[in-house]
Design a protein around this ligand. Sequence first.
Ligand SMILES: Cc1ncc(COP(=O)(O)O)c(C=O)c1O
Length: 385
Amino acid sequence: MTDENKRRRGPATLGVHGVDPHPPAGAPVVPPIAQSATFYWASPSDGDLRYTRYGNNPTQLQLGRKLAALEGAEAAVALGSGMAATAMALLAAVESGDHVVASSRLYGATYALLADELPRRGVQTTFVDPDRGGWEEAMRESTRVVFVEIPTNPTLRVLDPCPVVSLARSRGAIVMCDATFASPVNFRALSTGIDVVIQSATKYLGGHSDLIAGSVAGPCDFIERVVHMAHLYGPALDPHTGYLLDRGIRTLEARIRRHNENALTVAQWFEGRPEAERTIYPGLASHPDHALARELFSGFGGMVGVVLGGGGEAADRFMRRLELAMAAPSLGGVETLVSQPRWTSHVGLTSEERERVGIPDGFVRFSVGVEDVEDLIADFEQALG
Ligand SMILES: Cc1ncc(COP(=O)(O)O)c(C=O)c1O
């Protein structure tokens, strides 16, 4: 079978097998971890494989091929964190004097990187509130990148990438999308014309809350530049973490299907509860982007937002009473995690500012895991009690 045909296999198969050749007799079923910082290398005739920070350790390369296949990309690279992926991708795309147009609804550290850090390197960003629009007005002659997040944290809004992609194309800019909340199983971002897709692999790809990693997928020449940036700045993926990530990806599709199912059930349950003023889930007909989410995604994901009518106090009480779901700020693991954006991602805003961006006090964010959903609901019910 050709590599091209292998890449057309489904996400469950790609997650387990990747696209590497079938191993010969006697080969281990699980690719061995190349747990080595350096490799036998005497002179240039010994090839490229020299040092793990350079990004060509066999464990890193095997993972890169699997991630590329899952994203439907020419190439991909796995790095030391989701922020490493975002930062290296941006540094690969811009230089001093360049301009970025970005959605104002971004993960906090990504926002800070664009708003505070890149200006120190001569790169300015104009932020666009996707609800108000103004993408075209924000573009400049020097715009090289349009950066978006689909779906957004924690309000789970879904931006239509198509008009943004057409606009960027017509101005010679590329579109980068952080699709962490959806994962490559629910959202094949590149199939919409997005050029580069970023994942915090710490979340669904790893899937067990036990590693920190990130990935960038896109055209070969772009990924080569990302690898070069990582060579210089140094956020290489450690091979042992690479092994854990590969192991997580083997069950990605099965886990995501379960996350999708459980989250929908949890969202429907909260929607019928008097304590919940609002339940936010792209799979509910009440979600403002439900129709678009149906078009773009093959599943609505594991994240649910609930606004408790009792405000911040009710949310604090609910979190303290939980006996199964755990209060913790991350997401995408097999266990259900619950957090309040007012204490985590949006702690820097006032209560009124948060209200304006759709996150009133009382907003509880659920990363719904793969447990038996009846047990989760029983836990939520007693915690509301
Ligand atoms: C949407 C999104 N992008 C990027 C990141 C950063 O990922 P990491 O913590 O792996 O650096 C996060 C982390 O929470 C995230 O939620």
